[in-house]
Design a protein around this ligand. Structure first.
Ligand code: AKG
Ligand code: FE2
Length: 262
C-alpha cells in the first residue's frame, strides 16, 4: 500500500460501504508531496496540504462522535475547556472506518521511522472561533522525556496553528524562519482566507504561513491538511490554536499518537 501512488477511498472497503459511502475520504496512501521542515532543537514538522479530502467525514464525525465538554482546574477556579473532546485509546474502535484507513496510511509511512505505530486518536471539535487550545506541548507521558510524533489531520474550517520554541530563543527563530517562511507551491493563501487581512499579491488574504518577529510560526491548517510534529517537538516547542474573531465554522482535529503519549 505504501508504494502505491494511486488514490483510494479510505473506508470504502468496509462491509456495506460503496461509492459515496458516508465518510469516505480520499487519501493518497503514499502521502506524496509531504515536506519535512527541520526546526531547531531536534524538532521537525511534516506538512502536506489537502491530504484527506472528499466525502462527508467531517459531517459524520460532527454527528456521530460522542463529543464531551470538559472542565479543568485553572489557578483557583475550574473552567470550561474551550473545545469538545473524545479520545480513542489503543485498540478502541475509531468512530469511522475512514479514520482507521487514515491511521494505517500514516503508520505505513511513519512506523518504520518511529520504530512504533501511532495507536491512539484524540479528537477535538472547535465549534467556532471562540474555541481554541492554549500554548502547550503534548508532554503527558513519554513526550516529556523522549522523541515522539503526533500526526494531526485537520477537517473543516481553516484555523491557525502556531508553534514557538519553548522559552523562546534566537537560534530557533533563525532556523525556523529560514525554512518555513519560504512557503512552497500549493501552500498559497486560499479563497477562504479572504477578508481576513491583507497582502499585496492577494488583497484581503492572509499569508498561509509566516514567522512573526517573536519567533512564532503561523501556519494555517485547511480542510484535509496533514501536519506531523516529530523529534523533540513536544518538549522543546509549544503549539496552539488561537481563538479568532473571524466567523468560522466547525473544525475537527484528529491527533494520532504513539503509545504512552498524550
Ligand atoms: O487542534 C489541533 O490540531 C491541535 C490540538 C492539540 O494540540 C492537542 O489536543 O494536543
Ligand atoms: Fe497538542
Amino acid at each position: 500500500m505504501y508504494a502505491e501512488a494511486s488514490l483510494f477511498d479510505a473506508g470504502l472497503d468496509e462491509p456495506g460501504a460503496g461509492d459515496g459511502a458516508p465518510g469516505g475520504v480520499a487519501v493518497d496512501p503514499a502521502i506524496a508531496g509531504l515536506v519535512r521542515h527541520r526546526l531547531a532543537r531536534g524538532a521537525w514538522l511534516d506538512l502536506l496540504p489537502g491530504w484527506a479530502t472528499g466525502g462527508d467525514l467531517l459531517e459524520r464525525l460532527l454527528e456521530d462522535v460522542p463529543w464531551r465538554a470538559e472542565r479543568r482546574p485553572m489557578y483557583d477556579r475550574v473552567v470550561d475547556v474551550p473545545r469538545l473532546l473524545c479520545h480513542y485509546g489503543e485498540g478502541e474502535q475509531l468512530p469511522h472506518p475512514a479514520l482507521e484507513a487514515v491511521r494505517d496510511a500514516l503508520n505505513a509511512r511513519y512506523a518504520p521511522e518511529l520504530g512504533e505505530p501511532l495507536v491512539s486518536a484524540g479528537l477535538c471539535l472547535y465549534r467556532d472561533g471562540a474555541d481554541s487550545v492554549a500554548w502547550h506541548g503534548d508532554t503527558i507521558g513519554r513526550g516529556r522525556t523522549t522523541d515522539t510524533a503526533v500526526a494531526i489531520v485537520s477537517l473543516g474550517s481553516a484555523r491557525e496553528f502556531l508553534l514557538r520554541p519553548r522559552g523562546g530563543g534566537a537560534v530557533a527563530r533563525a532556523i525556523a524562519g529560514a525554512d518555513l517562511a519560504q512557503g512552497r507551491p500549493g501552500t498559497r493563501p486560499r479563497a477562504d482566507d479572504a477578508a481576513t487581512g491583507g497582502s499585496p499579491a492577494h488583497p484581503g488574504a492572509q499569508p498561509t504561513r509566516g514567522v512573526t518577529g517573536a519567533g512564532t510560526i503561523r501556519h494555517t491548517l485547511h480542510h484535509g491538511d496533514l501536519v506531523v510534529m516529530g523529534g523533540s517537538c513536544q518538549r522543546t516547542w509549544e503549539h496552539a490554536v488561537p481563538k479568532t474573531t473571524r466567523p468560522v465554522g466547525p473544525r475537527v482535529s484528529i491527533q494520532f499518537r504513539t503509545r504512552g503519549v498524550s
